[in-house]
Design a protein around this ligand. Structure first.
Ligand SMILES: Nc1nc(=O)c2c([nH]1)NC[C@@H]1CN(c3ccc(C(=O)N[C@@H](CCC(=O)O)C(=O)O)cc3)CN21
Ligand SMILES: O=c1ccn([C@H]2C[C@H](O)[C@@H](COP(=O)(O)O)O2)c(=O)[nH]1
Length: 289
């Protein structure tokens, strides 16, 4: 994928050396932006072998809304370093995507959805929570018959919760995304505060592109573009050689995705098939914890 290789090249050439909490220094760039057209194929990197199955398990873990990795860690180790022995995490994307806490005490005049909303439920511990994915999907469906829907430019999912993020071991990196409809195309923009170009970004790109395709199918749109802003886009110093090796490789034809004909919330791992994926060999990168 040209856009990815351009980013690698740009950050290697223009990035500034920076220290960070991990002890492995990075070359960092401020606010990198790229976009890919999903009608050209599925943007799974071909210049190294990608672990599509790990990424797919991770996406279904987000969609499950689980706040822990007790199930995810049976299938992939990619989140193990940030959880405790019981699989508990201080922050989990899916918990906020699907079960964002809703306050029950309001200031005068302020509004919050309550249990009468179709996206709000009360959990067994008494907490009211909001399903942001459900809200986006239902609104996108309503927009098919009402293009002037009042929430048409408010299709936002937020994984950031300040009271959690300020003290968490690992607050969300890809912390908010927005959907946008143009014609019959569904576009998605992801904002990421911090992006590990060798390891995290290829997963994030593949994950959100697939999510956009799944939501487009569910709601009756064609997949449009995936656009990605990465605020601190960085290359860890011990990833430079592997990325330079990738730059020497010619990108191959993009793969495709087939999604089973099922309602979105019934889709599982086996319902998503990666078709015609060919890639250059694996490049091993060590993850900075
Ligand atoms: N430094 C750092 N980079 C990240 O990308 C990252 C974090 N930390 N912390 C939280 C999550 C975990 N993520 C990860 C963690 C590991 C891999 C990884 O090791 N990928 C390998 C092998 C994948 C596998 O074994 O399935 C790869 O080659 O892609 C990828 C994403 C993304 N995030
Ligand atoms: O989905 C993800 C999750 C994490 N990352 C990377 C970005 C950074 O290299 C680390 C997080 O460290 P912070 O000090 O909290 O920024 O993980 C990613 O690229 N994608």
């Amino acid at each position: 994928m040209k856009q990815y290789l351009d980013m690698v090249k740009y950050v290697l050439e223009n990035g500034i050396k920076k220290e960070n909490r991990t002890g492995v220094d990075t070359i960092s760039n401020f606010a990198y932006f790229y976009r890919v057209d999903l009608s050209e194929g599925y943007p799974l990197l071909t210049t190294k072998k990608m672990y599509f199955n790990s990424m797919l398990k991770e996406l279904f873990w987000y969609l499950s809304g689980e706040e822990h990795i007790k199930n995810l860690r049976k299938d992939t180790k990619i989140w193990d370093a940030w959880a405790d022995e019981e699989g508990r995490l201080e922050t989990a994307y899916g918990r906020f995507w699907r079960r964002y806490p809703v306050p029950e005490t309001h200031l005068d005049g302020e509004v919050f959805a309550d249990e009468s909303s179709k996206w709000v439920t009360r959990e067994s511990n008494g907490q009211l929570v909001f399903d942001q994915i459900g809200y986006v999907i239902d609104t996108l469906k309503e927009m098919k018959t009402n293009p002037n829907h009042k929430n048409g430019r408010r299709l936002i999912v937020l994984a950031w919760n300040p009271g959690n993020a300020a003290i968490s071991k690992l607050p969300p990196c890809h912390y908010t995304f927005a959907f946008n409809v143009l014609g019959n195309k569904l576009n998605c923009h992801l904002t990421q505060r911090s992006g590990d170009i060798a390891l995290g970004i290829p997963f994030n790109l593949a994950c959100y592109s697939l999510l956009t395709m799944m939501i487009a199918k569910e709601c009756g749109y064609e997949p449009g573009e995936f656009a990605h802003t990465i605020i601190d886009a960085h290359i860890y110093e011990n990833h430079i050689e592997g990325l330079k090796e990738q730059l020497k490789r010619e990108p191959l034809k993009l793969s495709k995705i087939e999604i089973a004909d099922k309602p979105f919330d019934e889709l599982t791992f086996d319902d998503v098939k990666l078709v015609d994926y060919v890639s250059h060999p694996l490049i091993k990168f060590e993850v900075a914890v």
